[in-house]
Design a protein around this ligand. Structure first.
Ligand code: ZN
Ligand code: ZN
Ligand code: FE
Length: 757
């Protein structure tokens, strides 16, 4: 007796080879019926013996296409109808809601094989199939269809069309399908020559890089600058060219075996490196054989990635060096360049060589950055390969726009229960980045058919995002959200928590409800509201933003609080290195309260300790001082310093302990370990106290300081050992890149509770 079943599959199921996959298993199970894309999901109707339908559903669940991600499968059995065979039906536009847009996917092994053997794709650098290739970076509209991508200007040749239309072909409905006859092409501009033949391009480029050249090269989500990662001189030139003094540079290695020679990697790090998302993975270097020193600016980490474009593979087949620096093609903190004209004008006079191609980049995407902490991938920068996959919420977030934070910005829009976070935008501190922000926001509103009715933003009165939110607020309700509440809720949203929890925000800076600058906050909170239970003591930040760029100022602030005018008489290297005159100036500022905002920030405390140990007095990139402090920790040391916990957390005795250790010539490595252990102990002690007031077993950790692996691992382990359930970030950044999700979720919850006025 035959049965029939109607099946709805939701999730990332379009543009990833899902319908042909359904077709193939339906044939294998000998079922009749059909499959089609709708705007909301994939819809399937199958009919046949019940046990075969069950087999079919099992297979649907167990082995979906690599690039897909199923959220939900809903089945309902009905009566069989008159039906023959199995068909892929035309797409239907059933509503205004749309499904997900796939992130870009690294070239697959089958396509790499085609590049060796398939006559029209030998060495063809735009090869792709339903399992791989560009997605988000080429999409200008939905539904996902070639006409709505930057492939629309390349009509398919007969051979590509045949593959595109053949349901049994790996390229069935692969929208960017292309070959050397019909698809995009690279052109190399080198000096006054212009090369269009790919094999010649690869040979010239490999030679150029090996001889110490810097190449500007168009990639998937923007231009990169590439050079030999073992050549110190060229990297110095690259830094000058980019106007980037200190920040570590990302490195693309030939293959995983080569990475293992330079860095210590575990299976999870290997999985992330090899995943189809191909992020930059922050690894710990062995420190024996090394790349050029200045790649990692003296830190013990390497930002490593593997080839993800067909062109990268071609390049390494000709290169004789183990790795290239591959860094965003931009100047200073501006967005990565995507426009060909701008790239040629900006880079060609400086580099002498630029590799361009004629497929337009519609959406900018930087390389994503992840780190494995406590056996899990943590995303620090969420862009290529990750965006714009939604985070699924427990609450309706329709038509909410969350503007995000001012630094390492992303914004977030609500689409039903999906929170769609933009790709990494950057620091909204120059005109180029703010226009990238506005332009991307327009694109997202169009792509996802979204009109903001509720606008959630930060409390800070002077942020670009808050001023922007105010200008568009006439179209809806504006709500301002405290930065650290947003941090904690961003982590709760990721874990579907909707209840009061104990929140720990260890962070740089964010505007507080009392007008001071917050950044080490213990919040008892739920999705809608919070109370500030305690925080690190307020200290003056001499010079405001200048005090962030110059960590030594914060060290003086902590010392002044303990020793007053006697600071200059302390017999430690720090005082000699900075000089009594400069310290006097800072002490004057503190005494008179001139430009000394009060801060309670974990980031600034780490700054102070790092500066006191003379690891970093002037910061050349964001969080340099804390990163250098973490980088030297002596593992296996369990000692800690005293601290005082009354109304707030006071570190006077911690600093006295550090000074005593400095005077005893204890190694910086040990002092750093003891300091980190102290912070872990502080968090634990505060949580115990909070739990006495609020019986609750769930602890949520967020804020940029938790990018610190030692701190996060130690805090998680300590709390778990005492029976707490601990939640930290995995899918979205613990830094300000996650703030937009928190803002969106808070706004959604307040709306659900009827708290929006
Ligand atoms: Zn492929
Ligand atoms: Zn073709
Ligand atoms: Fe923050």
């Amino acid at each position: 007796m035959d049965k029939a079943c109607h099946i709805i599959v939701t999730g990332l199921v379009q543009g990833v080879g899902f319908r042909p996959f359904v077709y193939r298993i339906a044939l294998r199970c000998n079922l009749s019926g059909w499959v089609r894309n709708t705007n909301e999901n994939v819809e399937i109707f199958v009919q046949g013996p019940q046990y075969l339908i069950e087999d079919f559903i099992n297979e649907l669940n167990s082995d979906p296409p690599a690039a897909s991600h199923i959220h939900n499968i809903i089945t309902s059995y009905t009566e069989p109808i008159e039906l023959q065979g199995f068909q892929i039906r035309r797409s239907e536009n059933t509503s205004e809601r749309i499904t997900e847009i796939s992130p870009d996917i690294a070239v697959c092994d089958d396509c790499l094989e085609d590049m060796r053997v398939q006559h029209n794709r030998v060495s063809y650098p735009f090869v792709n199939c339903t399992n791989c290739g560009p997605r988000f970076t080429i999409i200008s509209d939905l539904p996902y269809d070639r006409q709505n991508t930057s492939m629309k200007v390349f009509p398919m040749c007969n051979s590509c069309r045949k593959e595109y239309e053949d349901v049994n072909d790996r390229r069935f409905h692969a929208q960017p399908v292309a070959c050397s006859v019909c698809g995009p092409q690279y052109t190399l501009y080198q000096g006054s020559t212009r090369i269009a033949e790919i094999e010649l391009i690869v040979a010239s480029v490999a030679d150029f890089i090996e001889k110490g050249g810097i190449l500007a090269v168009k990639g998937l989500g923007g231009y990169h600058l590439a050079c030999d990662a073992t050549n110190e001189a060229v990297i110095n030139r690259l830094r000058l060219m980019k106007n980037r003094e200190g920040k570590p540079l990302a490195v693309m290695f030939r293959n995983i075996e080569t990475i293992k020679k330079y860095a210590e990697i575990n299976i999870l790090e290997e999985n992330s490196l090899l995943s189809q998302r191909r992020p930059i993975v922050l690894l710990r270097s062995w420190g024996e054989i090394q790349l050029a020193q200045s790649v990692s600016v003296g830190l013990n980490t390497i930002g490593a990635m593997l080839p993800y474009l067909p062109f990268h593979h071609l390049l390494f087949s000709k290169l004789n060096i183990p790795a290239i620096v591959l860094t965003s093609g931009n100047i200073s903190d501006e967005p990565i360049i995507i426009d060909d004209r701008e790239a040629i004008d900006t880079f060609l006079p400086k580099t002498g060589a630029i590799l361009v191609h004629n497929r337009e980049i519609v959406n900018r995407a930087d390389d994503s950055v992840v780190k494995i902490i406590n056996d899990s991938e943590r995303v620090f920068r969420r862009s290529r390969g990750y965006a714009p996959s939604p985070i699924i919420l427990n609450i309706d977030s329709s038509n909410i726009l969350a503007t995000g934070a001012e630094l390492v910005n992303t914004f977030c829009i609500g689409n039903g229960r999906q929170a769609i976070i933009s790709q990494y935008i950057g620091d909204l501190q120059n005109a180029e980045t703010t226009s990238f922000y506005l332009e991307t926001l327009n694109k997202f509103q169009h792509l996802f058919r979204m009109k903001p009715e509720v606008i959630a933003t930060d409390l800070h009165p002077d942020y670009f995002v808050t001023r922007f939110a105010e200008t568009i607020a006439n179209s809806g309700t504006l709500i301002k959200i405290q930065h650290h509440h947003a941090h904690i809720v961003s982590c709760m949203a990721e874990h579907h928590l909707d209840e009061p929890i104990l929140g720990v925000a260890m962070d740089g800076t964010g505007f507080g409800t009392d007008g001071n600058t917050w950044g080490a906050e213990f919040l008892y909170c739920d999705l809608a509201a919070f109370t500030r239970e305690t925080h690190f003591d307020y200290l003056p930040l001499p010079g405001g933003d200048k005090g962030i760029d110059e960590p030594w100022r914060m060290a003086v602030s902590y010392l002044y609080r303990i020793f007053g005018e006697e600071v200059v008489n302390l017999n430690i290297p720090f005082i000699d290195k900075i000089g009594k005159d400069k310290i006097d100036i800072i002490m004057n500022m503190i005494r008179s309260g001139t430009n000394c905002p009060l801060v309670s920030s974990a980031g600034r405390l780490f700054d102070a300790v790092s500066a006191l140990l003379c690891l970093c007095h002037y910061s050349t990139f964001s969080s340099e001082a804390p990163i250098r402090l973490e980088s030297i920790i002596e593992l296996g040391c369990s000692d800690l310093y005293p601290f005082t916990l009354i109304e707030t957390v006071n570190f006077d005795s911690t600093f006295t302990g550090i000074l005593a250790d400095i005077n005893k010539n204890i190694k910086n490595e040990v002092i750093s370990a003891k300091f980190h252990n102290t912070i872990i102990a502080v968090i634990y002690e505060v949580i115990i106290k909070m739990q006495q007031r609020h019986p609750c077993n769930k602890v949520v950790l967020s804020g940029g300081t938790f990018q610190n692996k030692y701190l996060l691992e130690g805090t998680e382990m300590m709390l778990r050992r005492k029976g707490f359930e601990v939640f930290s970030h995995h899918l979205i950044p613990t830094n300000d890149g996650g703030i937009s999700l928190g803002q969106l979720t808070i706004a959604a919850k307040r709306r659900e509770l009827g708290l929006l006025t």
